[in-house]
Design a protein around this ligand. Structure first.
Ligand code: CA
Length: 400
């Protein structure tokens, strides 16, 4: 649909407000291929997607043209009971609906309905489902590059991850990779903040205590744990409780206090370790089949981008706010909080960077993105060591 036609339709009906706000949105979306109108071209309408627009701003809207009614399905990796992480998918769907005046309906579906939790990428890539909400690191079996979209052990916290993705070239590099490899386009649509380090039935003091343990842990964190002697399994969130309860695994990690308490892990394991060094700021994302994406009117593409931005910040805020009371509830009910020992942290960090070097040596895509990521990490660590750590080290030391 041409922009001029949209403006005519939009001016005629419910979408009038959307048309106005879209122009403003577009210039605020850093990853959008947006052409900001030049200051000396006041008669050019704000672009929504980079295409040159020539419609004079003062031209009155005509009647009769409107954006199409669409209904999409969204496969997710989550149980509906987790209003935090499934909530990311729901936020996207709700906002797309409201920003399109109810014309573009997306229905998020629980893990297992349209695809298994760890096969969302597959059904989106094939086009069987239009879009999904998932964690890209579930798919490292296809390429280790998939880890960057979520988290790397000893990598970036949520703030740094957003900086890398939106302003450090990360998102565009991963979009290029995903288009080529999977025929999808993805946008960040949620972050959990620094996760917890998982539930164990027995204390883990040394690296020897890890050897032979069976643990649920996905992503490159799982590969690091494997280097430390752990037998790693990837089990969907909704099935972890049973695996812990039956002893199919000795340990498991999911996210943090709010989700973990909801899933009942404290009932079957006593020791709750921190920090989740493998997920310091994991991003969840929406993934959209590229053919379906290309068929969308530009306005709908912009609405999806804006909705994803909103989900990205809403999920983090929700986790940060909800984890406070849940952690207290867990500790009050007998959960024992334990920090990972410095020996385990050091061994894990060393194994992580060995793993990255190994992946870079055999995968040119990983090498290219890793080098850029690592340089960004070094830079922002240096800056945050001054401002963020300078502040937080002082104030947090006073909290009991
Ligand atoms: Ca996790």
């Amino acid at each position: 649909m041409k922009r001029r036609e949209f403006l005519r339709g939009a001016g005629a009906g419910l979408l009038g407000g959307v048309a106005l706000s879209l122009g403003a949105c577009a210039t605020a979306v850093p990853n959008a291929p947006t052409a900001v109108p030049a200051a000396n071209a006041p008669t050019t309408a704000p672009a929504t997607g980079g295409e040159p627009t020539t419609a004079p701003a003062a031209q009155p809207p005509a009647q009769g043209t409107a954006l199409p009614a669409l209904e999409w399905q969204m496969a997710t990796s989550w149980p509906v009971s987790l209003d935090t992480i499934f909530g990311g998918a729901q936020t996207v769907a709700d906002r797309v609906s409201s920003l399109s005046g109810g014309k573009f309906k997306i229905t998020p579906r629980a893990a297992g309905e349209l695809a298994k939790a760890t096969e969302v990428l597959d059904v989106v890539s094939s086009g069987a489902v239009e879009m999904g909400h998932t964690a890209s690191y579930y798919y490292i079996g296809k390429s280790d590059v998939c880890a960057f979209g979520t988290a790397l052990p000893f990598g970036l916290n949520a703030q740094q991850q957003n900086a890398w993705l939106y302003e450090g070239g990360g998102l565009s590099a991963l979009q290029e990779f995903n288009a080529k490899k999977f025929n999808i386009i993805q946008f960040p649509a949620g972050n959990t903040g620094v996760q917890m380090g998982g539930w164990f039935r027995k204390e883990i003091n040394t690296t020897d205590d890890l050897k032979g343990l069976k643990m649920r842990i996905p992503g490159l964190g799982g590969k690091v744990m494997a280097k430390l002697g752990v037998t790693v399994q990837v089990i969907p969130g909704g099935e972890i409780f049973q695996a812990l309860q039956t002893g199919a695994v000795d340990a498991a990690e999911w996210v943090g206090p709010y989700d973990d308490e909801k899933l009942g892990f404290n009932k079957v394991a006593q020791f709750y370790y921190y920090p989740g060094w493998w997920e310091p700021g994991p991003t969840l994302e929406i993934e959209i089949n590229m053919d379906k994406w290309n068929e969308l009117p530009k306005e709908y593409q912009e609405i999806i981008k804006a909705a994803a931005f909103e989900a990205n910040i809403t999920m983090l805020a929700r986790y940060d706010a909800k984890n406070v009371a849940s952690l207290k509830k867990l500790v009050d009910s007998g959960t024992q909080l334990k920090p990972y020992s410095p020996a385990i942290m050091e061994a894990a960090e060393k194994a992580a960077f060995q793993l990255y070097d190994e992946s870079a040596a055999k995968d040119a895509d990983f090498k290219r993105i890793y080098e850029s990521w690592k340089e960004f990490r070094t830079g922002i660590y240096g800056w945050h060591k001054i401002n963020e750590a300078g502040f937080t080290n002082f104030v947090f030391a006073k909290v009991s």
